[in-house]
Ligand binder design. Structure first.
Ligand code: SF4
Length: 136
């Protein structure tokens, strides 16, 4: 079981090797590689509203919180509402991708992810569009 805060479901979908530090990026790459490996869709993700598996080596992490708490909490709230995620929920990565497909339309990250430093790169929107194309 891997602990994920709500906005990290879409971050994991769009991850292309960018991060806040070398340690952060290496850790996130290891987690995302597990999700994308054969059988990774069956991995169970445990929803938390605190620092999670991806946050663990982040230079902005402060205990179970974040130095950028206001921005991160707002991101989590918007993503949790969009995906129907509550603190303590458990779901597989396949289920999470199905929720993303069902509830997050291409173009919606402009509002869902407002304030994120990676948004303007377009990598997450590309991954979201690709997920929708796979199910078309
Ligand atoms: S734009 Fe930012 S918050 Fe949104 S999915 Fe990408 S990395 Fe995550």
């Amino acid at each position: 079981m891997i602990r994920f805060r709500p906005h990290h479901f879409l971050c994991a979908l769009g991850f292309q090797g960018k991060g806040y530090s070398d340690r952060f990026t290496a850790n996130m790459a290891e987690i995302v590689d597990r999700l994308r490996a054969p059988g990774g869709g069956d991995l169970v993700l445990h929803v938390t509203h605190q620092a999670d598996a991806i946050c663990a080596p982040c230079p902005h992490k402060r205990g179970a919180g974040c130095a950028k708490d206001a921005k991160i909490t707002a991101l989590d709230r918007r993503h949790a509402r969009a995906l129907g995620l509550a603190d303590g929920d458990c779901l597989t990565w396949d289920d999470a991708q199905e929720r993303i497909r069902a509830h997050v339309a291409p173009g919606q990250l402009q509002t869902l992810c407002a304030g994120c430093a990676w948004l303007e790169l377009g990598l997450c929107e590309s991954a979201l569009a690709h997920l929708h194309r796979l199910s078309a």
